[in-house]
Design a protein around this ligand. Structure first.
Ligand SMILES: NC(=O)c1ccc[n+]([C@@H]2O[C@H](COP(=O)([O-])OP(=O)(O)OC[C@H]3O[C@@H](n4cnc5c(N)ncnc54)[C@H](O)[C@@H]3O)[C@@H](O)[C@H]2O)c1
Length: 246
């Protein structure tokens, strides 16, 4: 469970879980490198030229890259209310924008950083999926009183598609470069100040009876990035309090 001296690029590393991944890498002796729209330098995972520049800057600064965490995504937040577009109303542009970040972005980063690692002794890729990579969203969770059925907010179809797609990417990459392992981590919902009624409703659908704390994925991230998982590739580690087994 050691990442001593390992340089790991974390996309979306400035976000809620990205910060935890970076903290976990640092605590295990590694060097997290934040790749984010809000990072320094800023980098957009949908822009190949920006990724190439980021890779060159990372190699120039640290001399090596040992891991990539594909974590960036547009995850609509219940408390914001944005992005809960119904399937009938979703525009092609909305579909493409979401998949560009959560799926195409992961491909572009794997292409750049994975190729570099394969050519320089190997490495590890970790794709952050979701419990919604293996089960459909329970749309009852997002219902708002007083709205007609066809006006109810829903977890968007793009989220399910990009997370299921990440599992395909995970298996593909796992067999593509013999020296680059690739696994997925599928977290369940993290408590981050969502409305109490939503939290209670979601908790009632989770066997462990609660949402996750943001720091509860740290050990899994270190496990999947380190030699502790040296003989594991192409797998999806689901950590969801049991949500997907009900
Ligand atoms: N929070 C949860 O409950 C939860 C549960 C399961 C899975 N996940 C997954 O974990 C990952 C992180 O989620 P989070 O809750 O920390 O989200 P977040 O919104 O807090 O963080 C996402 C980060 O990605 C960055 N980002 C967005 N678009 C980008 C782009 N084009 N290029 C570079 N960076 C970009 C954002 O700036 C942000 O810092 C996501 O893949 C999400 O789907 C989250």
């Amino acid at each position: 469970m050691s990442l001593t001296g390992k340089v790991v690029v974390v996309t979306g590393g400035a976000g809620l879980l990205g910060r935890e991944h970076c903290g976990a890498i640092r605590d295990a002796g590694g060097v997290p490198v934040v790749l984010d729209l809000n990072g320094t330098p800023s980098c957009d995972v949908t822009q190949p030229a920006e990724i190439r520049d980021f890779l060159a800057a990372t190699v120039a600064t640290y001399g090596q890259i040992d891991g990539l965490v594909n974590n960036a995504a547009r995850n609509p937040k219940v408390e914001d209310g944005d992005g809960f577009t119904r399937l009938e109303a979703m525009s092609l542009g909305q579909w493409q924008e979401a998949l560009d970040v959560g799926l195409t972005g992961a491909f572009l980063c794997a292409q750049a950083f994975g190729s570099w690692m394969a050519a320089h002794g190997g490495g590890v890729i970790l794709n952050i999926a979701s419990v919604l990579s293996v089960v459909a969203p329970d749309q009852r969770l997002y219902r708002r009183p007083g709205l007609a059925d066809d006006a109810q907010p829903v977890k968007p179809v793009t989220y399910s598609v990009e997370k299921a797609g990440l599992l395909g990417l995970t298996r593909y990459l796992a067999t593509y470069w013999p020296t680059v392992r690739c696994n997925a981590l599928s977290p369940g919902g993290v408590f981050a100040g969502q409305p109490p009624a939503f939290v209670a409703d979601l908790a009632s659908r989770i066997p462990m009876g609660r949402m996750a704390r943001a720091d509860e994925y740290r050990a899994a991230v270190v496990f999947l990035l380190s030699d502790a998982s040296a003989y594991m590739t192409g797998q999806n580690l689901v950590m969801d309090g049991g949500q997907s087994v009900w």
